[in-house]
Write a protein that binds this ligand. Sequence first.
Ligand code: R2B
Ligand code: URA
Length: 305
Amino acid sequence: MSEHRNPYIQELVDDGKKDYLYHLGLDSGMDLPAMFGDVKFVCMGGSAKRAESFAKRLAADLDLGIDPESLKPIGKTERGSLFKVGPILSLSHGMGMPSMSIFLHEVTKMLEHAGATDYRYIRIGTSGGVFRPDDEKAGTVIVAEQAINEELQPIHKKVKLGKVHYYETWFDEEMAAEVLSVRGDIRAQIGKTMGANDFYEGQGRLDGALDPEYTEEDKLEYLNKAYDVGVRNIEMEAPELAAFCNRAGIPAALVCATLLNRLEGDQVTSTPEQLAEFSENAQTLVVRYLRKKLNLSVDLEADAI
Ligand code: R2B
Ligand code: URA
């Protein structure tokens, strides 16, 4: 079996040439097997700061004997930050699908060069909830079963050489169920996650800089349509992540905190403390899942906020 999913990369490696992972600041001439051969989970989120704080939290919570303060980013940090905590990577991918796609390609090639096997990807993100009254409220964590694009279709469109290609957007059903199973006292549910190409008009907001050329009524009609096809939250990466992992055959989960209810408004008005709590709940769910997968005990009441 070839080591690389892409035959062109296989050829490059077979020809003894280096593969430059430009945005990570790493290359295949480094001892990637020693650095990353044991990786089993790649946890990722948009912000470099969160990649670091999550790595520190993993070091503190996973009984791996790693001092959180000893953690340093690996590679370069201009575009994103990468940390390793035992068999887990904590990586930032920036905002939006183009940025995430770059990191998905490079981290996947990195793991291939390293000879890592049976690894899984988990995005821990933030999002806007789409909740009807008495349904759920801001703070609820959504574990995605499928990604929906901004045209409310369960597909990801990718333009290659000027032609549109369509890819499936399912997430790994077993992983989603396993993440949800450790929710304990954390408000969490399975739902579909819409990934838009923009935070403002692409998510039907009325509070961008430009006249949106649609009304509050149009917005609510759209968000209600989204709800009716099963969307429970909106962010900016879901279809790219799902489609990439489906094509690569990598099991993946998407676990997002909801910062607000989009059926109630557009602005993110919670305090920094509340926002931190919401994000931490999504992280806690993933830490519990990782503890379970690493055969460590899981306390379903610990750390929930
Ligand atoms: C969620 O939050 C970011 C925008 O604020 C974006 O990366 C996303 O998907
Ligand atoms: N991130 C998004 O993309 N949308 C929101 O509404 C909140 C966070």
